[in-house]
Design a protein around this ligand. Structure first.
Ligand code: SF4
Length: 121
């Protein structure tokens, strides 16, 4: 079972919805079936039979990434998560983020994480 993330307006510690496609964004089971994300981004979200939204297609262009950020902010239950943001925050929490290490090192860490997530999409 995979769990989401509970920090700063993002998906919670609820289990991640099983039908999410692999990749950066996901929905967890705190979803209340309000229809907001599915209505606003039908190419990226759908509902499963348990009445949870899930990410049906990861964003593959700038406009879809922008829309995803808006939906993360707009989801009333903070059920939509961003694994890349989660990892950047974890790096910051460990004191390895920008400002705590030489820029070239922290930039390298972010690039490494970003490349890893790009492979997942
Ligand atoms: S906006 Fe949030 S609560 Fe509403 S359907 Fe989407 S994931 Fe579920």
């Amino acid at each position: 079972m995979t769990f989401g993330y509970n920090k700063n307006d993002m998906a919670t510690s609820d289990p991640v919805v099983e039908h999410n496609v692999e990749g950066r964004y996901y929905v967890d089971e705190s979803c209340i079936y309000c229809d907001f994300c599915v209505e606003m981004a039908p190419d990226n979200f759908a509902f499963d039979q348990k009445e949870y939204a899930y990410v049906s297609k990861q964003p593959d262009c700038h406009a879809e990434h922008e829309r995803m950020s808006e939906l993360i902010d707009g989801c009333p239950t903070e059920s939509i998560g961003d694994r890349l943001q989660r990892h950047e925050e974890a790096i910051d929490d460990m004191g390895l983020g920008v400002g705590s290490t030489p820029k070239s090192l922290s930039g390298g860490i972010f690039q490494m994480v970003a490349r890893w997530f790009t492979k997942l999409e």
